[in-house]
Design a protein around this ligand. Structure first.
Ligand code: FE2
Length: 192
């Protein structure tokens, strides 16, 4: 279930809204041009499911949205904690990659198969922190300033949709705002 927190973007961010209400979340995101949809979650996919298996299970939904939105490339990104000695390093490196504010020339479209992550959308003086969970399909338009936090113990499987398979690059703004807004671990802890 999606969880939205909205902050002001000043030096001392204030919490403006906190909600799990699907209609309220959809309306708040629509105002900033971000689309959130929901697909029914298919049970029985383990963390060890590979890309082919994940895409096969959601074949019909993927085909439909590809036809509707004209995506040319679809893949699966996933990260799950393991016992290997290099896990903390891999987790930290993956988390750091898009943790600062940036934009892309393409839309950022993700369907969460399992686990969670927070997209922070910095638009019109506010930051919308959208905690996405299994079943959530979020479409962030190209050039929207945003960042993504998977937390200190990343655990998710997500299908990614692209209009351009030239590579996924972030154009970093240099704005340190991400360091002022509560991170994934903090928001998840506040919610429960
Ligand atoms: Fe991004």
């Amino acid at each position: 279930m999606t969880y939205l927190t909205v902050y002001s973007d000043g030096e001392t961010p204030e919490t403006l809204l906190r909600t799990e209400d699907p209609a309220e979340i959809e309306a708040a995101l629509k105002e900033i041009g971000v689309r959130l949809r929901h697909w029914e979650v298919v049970d029985g996919l383990g963390d060890d499911a590979g890309q082919e298996e994940v895409l096969e299970v959601y074949r019909d939904e993927v085909a439909r949205i590809v036809a509707e939105e004209g995506y040319t490339f679809v893949d699966v990104a996933q990260l799950h904690p393991d016992d290997s000695p290099d896990w903390p390093e891999r987790a930290a490196a993956a988390r750091a990659k898009f943790l600062d504010e940036h934009t892309h020339d393409d839309d950022e479209v993700r369907f969460f198969v399992s686990g969670s992550g927070i997209f922070y959308l910095h638009v019109a003086g506010k930051v919308h922190a959208v905690l996405c969970e299994a079943g959530d399909l979020l479409s962030v338009p190209a050039r929207t300033t945003h960042w993504f936090d998977m937390g200190t113990s990343p655990d998710f499987t997500a299908i990614r949709f692209f209009h351009d398979d030239d590579g996924w690059v972030g154009d970093f703004t240099g704005d340190p705002i991400a360091s002022r807004i509560p991170d994934y671990d903090t928001i998840v802890a506040t919610r429960s």
